[in-house]
Write a protein of this length. Structure first.
Length: 95
């Protein structure tokens, strides 16, 4: 299921990791910086064309941006890769 909040968080994280400002990403997409802020805050989304540009720009899959996978390249991550069920209650790996 798609959540605007998760989309916004991932978009902001990718932008910050690349050292870009909102204005930089806005220029790539041909929009105003306030539209980037709206997306990052989970209030707005974007068109499919701009989603494709974002994916190409940051080299990530649409599934990652849309919250359908934890992997940036869109590959499927098995539950055992992130969840350790060996304990009594189980836990997320690395936590």
């Amino acid at each position: 299921m798609f959540h605007k909040d998760l989309y916004g968080l991932r978009l902001k994280k990718l932008r910050n990791l690349s050292g870009e400002r909102q204005a930089d990403l806005a220029a790539v997409l041909g929009v105003k910086p306030n539209q980037i802020m709206e997306m990052e805050n989970g209030r707005k989304t974007t068109t499919l064309e701009k989603l494709a540009l974002i994916c190409r720009h940051y080299n990530v899959s649409a599934d990652y941006l849309l919250g359908r996978t934890l992997s940036r390249d869109g590959s499927i991550i098995e539950a055992g890769d992130v969840y350790d069920s060996s304990g009594e209650k189980g836990s997320l790996r690395g936590s």
